[in-house]
Design a protein around this ligand. Structure first.
Ligand code: FAD
Length: 436
């Protein structure tokens, strides 16, 4: 059996690695020049840095195990997270339960209601009912209008823009469970994991390991078409050439598969096209000085055009980057949003008045370098009853499989789930677990 894996992000790498572990010949096709996909890196002062901010939660055990398996565990560290909320021109620390109790914009009873959201969602076992209502309805019911208005509505708007009031309660429930599970039991402080020197070296070591195991890795090789004959996938077309394969595993966004495989059944193509993904654009600033002491700052101010400010060097030491401070200014958006196509310079110009408003002492001369990274397929939008449109890993076409961020449910996408869903699709393909 020969298998083609389309897409060299974590899901595709994981699928190829699983196949290699079983001695099954496999070719991994990646359109870009490096592996890693959304978790890919670039270099700052000779150190790898993710194009989009990345960290792990304590529940992301599969990813941590992989790092150890590749011999890089000594560089993996857990840090105390340092989260804050920018609200009415002030930064409020919101990292521990005590911070929530001190959060002045809410009354004391509302602070308690907000704090409870970090605990009780963990006790909800059956999430199916949460498919029926929106996150807005659910949060209003359990946290109340003031907590929703001050904290949750801005956060949902930040992540999902005009879909903010349509996102299903399942999504927010899972986020609360995930983040609650990454807290220290005693202090309640959140722990976040990071690979010193960046996750980039992990992907390099993983690629090397896979090549040694016999995986054929083809970079700069976009798959143009997947050929389907008599209801069966028979191979892929790359650089105009047809290459036969017995099985094809696709790990791209569903909409890409819908384009790539003209022979898909129409109803299935329609199902794939219904799944909405947002794009992301990240402006990365290399600074002489730090902006604040917060690592992760959610911005609850709709007039500010970036929605999260992640000061990476408040989690990693600046000396990893030659003493520079690194800040990501992130925005999730539709692909036709004008911000999506802006250069680093244009984004900086647009963001500058807002950075000054937030940090009055900020001066443009602090910026030593800037980069803009953008990707079209970054965040599936989980609407109500998503389980009805969620594509199964087994497609209706024989020998064609789809495992991607949109497959992950009720959990949300992330590196750890990408790794698990790469394994899962291989197990289903080989009949080691029921195909679904
Ligand atoms: C802003 C941002 C912040 C994030 N922060 C975190 C975080 O802190 N922690 C965390 O765990 N996760 C985080 N994530 C999520 C994480 O990056 C993803 O869940 C994970 O990387 C998805 O991997 P994937 O392989 O499923 O998809 P992708 O990484 O999208 O991989 C798909 C691959 O397919 C390739 N491809 C597309 N079309 C073709 C084609 N025709 N032929 C060949 N190849 C093709 C693409 O180039 C890409 O490499 C973040 C994501 C974003 C956008």
């Amino acid at each position: 059996m020969r298998v083609a894996v389309v897409g060299g992000g974590i899901t595709g790498m994981s699928a190829a690695y699983e196949l290699a572990k079983r001695g099954i010949p496999c070719t991994l096709f990646e359109k870009d020049e490096t592996l890693g996909g959304l978790a890919g890196s670039f270099k700052v002062n000779n150190t790898y840095l993710e194009k989009f901010y990345h960290h792990l939660f304590t529940t992301d055990t599969a990813m941590v195990e992989l790092i150890h398996e590749l011999g890089l565990g000594d560089q993996f560290v857990w840090n105390d997270s340092n989260t804050g909320l920018y609200y009415v021109q002030r930064i409020y620390r919101l990292a521990t339960p005590l911070d929530v109790l001190r959060f002045k914009p809410l009354s004391f009873p509302d602070r308690i209601r907000m704090g409870m959201l970090a605990i009780w969602p963990r006790f909800i076992r059956d999430w199916h009912k949460l498919e029926e209502i929106t996150a807005r309805e659910w949060l209003l019911r359990y946290a109340g209008p003031r907590v929703y208005q001050v904290v949750w509505e801005p956060l949902l708007r930040n992540k999902f823009g005009h879909y903010h009031d349509q996102v299903a309660a399942v999504w927010i429930w899972n986020k609360l469970v995930l983040r609650g599970g990454s807290r220290d039991v005693r202090s309640g402080a959140e722990k976040l994991g990071y690979q010193r020197g960046g996750f980039g070296p992990v992907f390099i070591a993983w690629e090397k390991r896979m090549r040694e195991m016999g995986v054929e890795i083809r970079l700069n090789s976009p798959v143009e078409h997947i050929r389907i004959e008599n209801g069966r996938a028979t191979g892929v077309v790359v650089a105009g050439q047809f290459e036969p394969f017995d099985q094809v595993i696709v790990t791209t966004a569903p909409a890409i598969l819908a384009e790539m495989a003209p022979g898909l059944p129409e109803a299935y193509r329609h199902q794939l096209q219904q799944i909405i993904y947002l794009a992301n654009v990240c402006l990365v600033l290399k600074l002489k000085r730090s902006l604040s002491t917060t690592y992760w700052l959610n911005i609850a101010d709709p007039t500010i055009p970036f929605v999260g400010l992640i000061e990476h060097t408040n989690m990693q030491r600046p000396d990893e980057y030659g003493g520079a401070h690194i800040a990501y200014l992130s925005r999730y958006l539709d692909a036709d949003d004008p911000y999506y196509c802006m250069s680093a310079e244009e984004l900086f110009e647009a963001y500058l008045p807002h950075i000054r408003k937030m940090f009055p002492e900020f001066d443009a001369s602090w910026v030593e370098e800037k980069w803009a990274w953008r990707e079209r397929w970054t965040q599936p939008v989980i609407l109500r009853h998503y389980s009805k449109v969620r594509p199964a890993l087994k497609t209706p076409v024989d020998n064609l499989w789809l495992s991607c961020m949109a497959s992950i449910y009720p959990q949300d996408r992330g590196m750890n789930y990408a790794l698990l869903y790469g394994r899962k699709v291989v197990r289903q393909m080989l009949g080691e677990e029921p195909a679904a």
